[in-house]
Design a protein around this ligand. Structure first.
Ligand SMILES: Nc1ncnc2c1ncn2[C@@H]1O[C@H](COP(=O)(O)OP(=O)(O)OP(=O)(O)O)[C@@H](O)[C@H]1O
Ligand SMILES: [Mg+2]
Length: 384
């Protein structure tokens, strides 16, 4: 549930108090800076409204300075930005994966040039469009991949900041190190100055990679399937999402919308029946495996020859999750090798049982973390 009246610092402290987050001084400093921005944005919105009403105050006050969160993997950058975004007192606002944003910008530039070959400068209308969609832009995984991005960015961001857009970003790279030591890096320097003028760089320097720490210690196959197991899944969801509230999500599969009942960030949670007793197919399971780094499944029942279709879907699902090195946390009636013991289909399930066993091993879990950290190669899950 979104609580627009709560400031990020209060939400962060409540999540630490609830145990969803471990206390972390570096995160506390970063969220305190984001909290200041939150108050500045709220005050700015009031001043801008008053300015519009008053004949004397025609000019809106300058927007506040944004924040660029930088740090090693697993330090909580995305978690903090998402927490801030969820409660930000700004509309409209957007939270985007930076790579997806850049692809969209290049596509729009191409389309504008094709539609109007005489267009002298396509940047101002593009900036108008973006600024119309978002007064606050939150970018996850800010990075510069190539010279085409580098050339576009300087002018585009100058135009966005001139239109009063505020930026918050997460990155593994400090602004001054973006696109350095690359051909064309020199030409990129003015952009770095623009970013630094419009966003304070805040470093999350903590020593703990929370993603790895969780993978090392997590109990991911919970039997028996009782209230304690459900509570353990609740706790795992809170831990994986930094305490974010689950919300319905939707994935696009071959032009169809696949509804996801409960998700936050790159974690989704399903009831076994909704996942394997419903009419879903391999394309759906692949989309789920692509979109989420962790999948939680409640109430995996015993399987037998009578539930042949259900078992077949479950096998396909586990294959997809296993190939993608997705973290699986589940409550189940039995250990994997006791789930499907006799009858037609039991033989085919042996490989799945073995995979389910492996998916609980620290080695599988740590390799999954290594695969999913850093710049995401996967299809971004839709923004909250
Ligand atoms: N203080 C904390 N206590 C417990 N878990 C945490 C804490 N901070 C973050 N986490 C968890 O650690 C995991 C990694 O956090 P997050 O994804 O925000 O890291 P990141 O800095 O964005 O990493 P990357 O650079 O790989 O994108 C998440 O599951 C998050 O919920
Ligand atoms: Mg991140």
């Amino acid at each position: 549930m979104s609580q627009p009246d709560l400031s990020p610092l209060a939400v962060y402290q409540a999540r630490v108090a609830s145990g969803a987050l471990s206390p972390d001084d570096g995160q506390l400093a970063a969220i305190t800076r984001l909290d200041r921005l939150w108050h500045e944005l709220a005050a700015h919105a009031v001043a801008a409204r008053a300015g519009r009403l008053s004949r004397l105050l025609r000019r809106a006050p300058p927007p506040p300075k944004g924040v660029y969160l930088v740090g090693e993997v697993g330090r909580g950058k995305s978690m903090l930005m998402d927490l801030f975004f969820e409660h930000a007192p700004v509309a409209p606002r957007q939270r985007l994966h930076f790579h997806a944003f850049m692809q969209d910008m290049h596509a729009r530039l191409h389309a504008a040039k094709r539609a109007n070959p005489d267009l002298a400068d396509p940047i101002p209308p593009l900036a108008d469009h973006v600024a119309g969609q978002a007064r606050l832009l939150c970018f996850d995984e800010f990075q510069i991949n190539d010279i085409a991005d580098a050339m576009l960015l300087g002018r585009l961001f100058e135009a966005l900041f001139a239109r009063g857009v505020v930026m918050v970003a997460t990155s593994n790279t400090r602004p001054e190190n973006l696109f350095q030591d690359q051909p064309g890096g020199e030409a990129f320097r003015p952009f770095i100055a623009i970013i630094r003028a419009h966003a304070d760089t805040i470093t999350l320097g903590g020593a703990i990679d929370y993603r790895r720490a969780f993978a090392r210690t997590a109990k991911v196959w919970l039997t028996p399937d009782d209230a304690q197991a459900t509570a353990a899944l609740d706790a795992a969801f809170a831990r994986l999402t930094g305490g974010a509230a689950p919300h319905p999500d939707s994935l696009s599969v071959n032009g169809r919308a696949l509804p996801i009942p409960a998700a936050a960030g790159r974690t989704a949670r399903f009831d076994f029946k909704a996942l394997c007793a419903a009419n879903l197919g391999p394309g759906d399971y692949l989309a789920i495996a692509r979109a989420y780094d962790s999948v939680l499944i409640d109430h995996i029942p015993p399987l037998d020859a009578d539930s042949h279709d259900v078992a077949r879907r479950f096998i396909t699902l586990i294959d997809a999750l296993y190939e993608a090195r997705t973290m699986l946390v589940a409550s189940a009636s039995a250990e994997p090798d006791r789930l499907f013991v006799a009858g037609r289909g039991a033989k085919a399930f042996e490989r799945t049982a073995s995979r389910l066993q492996e998916m609980q091993s620290p080695d599988y879990l740590e390799r999954g973390v290594a695969l999913h950290e850093g710049p995401h190669q996967r299809q971004p899950a839709s923004a909250p």
